[in-house]
Write a protein that binds this ligand. Structure first.
Ligand SMILES: Cc1ncc(COP(=O)(O)O)c(C=O)c1O
Length: 379
């Protein structure tokens, strides 16, 4: 049998988690919060399960949750969408990404992917019969070179994958990026898949430039998000897709055959959370900015140099002052000998530059971040 994904093996996340466990290292590798989720959500999940809301939800999602998401999109980005026609609940953003790619990428299509990229994009594109056209973003700012994008768009290009705020770069798009992106998408008749799972985790008074803010570009886009990031419940695997009616129709054709529908009691609980605690979302940026600042300040006592981070819960550090080993080797040494697990960012590239950069997750308690930096200070 020939593998459909011959180059896919055990991911670095699994590898690093195992290595961290084996060496009792502090795990700043995997991107999940160390702290609990809002109690209200936990209670409502239990309540709805007890109330017997345990059967299939409608495939596009529960209307009350679709309505709350439409209200959120209106409040945050002034985009008015019809909840039943434009909002689809998915089993995490990973499902939404997979579905969107299967829905819009045909055999032989080319898809623009900015590296470093979330690891599910390229395999999903390959399974759809498409070809990823990788464009490497360069440290320390990881800005998109729009002339390079124009030079790589061809007659075969059908989709651009965007991620803002960006994992693992911590970068965000600005007004000029949005303008350039719009120009390219509209002129070439492309579809934009916009991965905005960290939409509410943005710092330094920057505004998240969601594709929802641009009515014309939105008409050609699907915007994906994740409740896992927003409500500290990555294990719930709950996400959603907001898109114009025509694209939503195609998206749902695939979604119904991937999962049909997503976890019913969680949909009830999330709808109530969104309605009753809007302040959770408005406070999320400040909550994570404090954590970023704790880590950045503590790193001043080490030889690791933090790179700019404007959003997401990841901070990249340049370790070139400490070692000239490549990032994979160095991350293993850090875990095994110094007790801190991180992710080498070369794994997010198709062709990695020879950077000396590691990704640190700061969705952790202050103590964990301080203990980790104490260990890093030994180098
Ligand atoms: C950029 C990006 N997109 C998508 C996802 C997937 O989100 P979910 O856990 O909701 O599937 C993640 C999770 O780490 C991510 O970092």
């Amino acid at each position: 049998m020939q593998s459909k994904l011959p180059n896919v093996g055990t991911t670095i996340f699994t590898k690093m988690a195992l290595l961290a466990k084996k060496h009792s290292a502090i795990n700043l590798a995997q991107g999940f919060p160390e702290f609990g989720m809002p109690e209200f959500l936990q209670e409502r999940l239990a309540a709805h399960t007890k109330l017997g809301r345990n059967q299939y939800a409608p495939s596009p999602g529960l209307p009350i949750l679709q309505e709350q998401i439409a209200a959120l999109v209106e409040r945050c980005y002034q985009n008015t969408v019809n909840p039943s026609e434009s909002v689809t609940i998915t089993s995490g953003a990973t499902e939404a990404l997979f579905v969107a790619i299967q829905a819009f990428v045909e055999q032989g299509d080319e898809v623009i992917v900015f590296d470093p990229a979330y690891d599910s994009y390229a395999p999903a594109i390959k399974l759809a019969g498409g070809k990823s056209i990788h464009i490497a973003l360069r440290s320390p700012n990881f800005k998109i070179d729009w002339d390079e994008v124009r030079s790589k768009v061809s007659k075969k290009t059908s989709v651009i994958m965007l991620n803002t705020p960006h994992n693992p770069c911590g970068s965000v798009i600005d007004e000029n990026d949005l303008k350039e992106l719009k120009d390219i998408v509209l002129k070439n008749g492309l579809i934009l898949i916009s991965d905005e799972v960290y939409e509410h985790i943005i710092f330094d008074n920057k505004k998240h430039l969601s594709i929802n803010t641009d009515p014309e570009l939105f008409e050609h886009s699907v915007v994906l998000s994740s409740f896992g990031k927003t409500f500290h419940c990555t294990g719930w695997k709950m996400g959603y897709c907001v898109a114009p009616k025509e694209l939503t129709t195609e998206f749902r054709k695939v979604h119904q055959f991937v999962t049909f529908s997503s976890f019913t009691p969680a949909q009830f609980a999330l709808a109530e959370m969104l309605e009753q605690y809007p302040e959770h979302i408005s406070a999320l940026g400040a909550f994570y900015q404090d954590k970023r600042d704790v880590l950045v300040n503590a790193l001043q006592t080490t030889s690791f140099k933090p790179l700019p981070c404007y959003g997401s819960y990841f901070l990249n550090v340049d370790y070139s002052a400490v070692s000239d080993k490549n990032d994979i080797e160095f991350s293993e040494i850090l875990t095994e000998e110094f007790g801190v697990a991180t992710i080498p960012i070369s794994v997010f590239y198709d062709k990695a530059p020879n950077d000396k950069i590691l990704r640190l997750c700061f969705a952790k308690n202050e103590n964990t971040l301080l203990q980790a930096t104490e260990k890093l200070a030994q180098l």
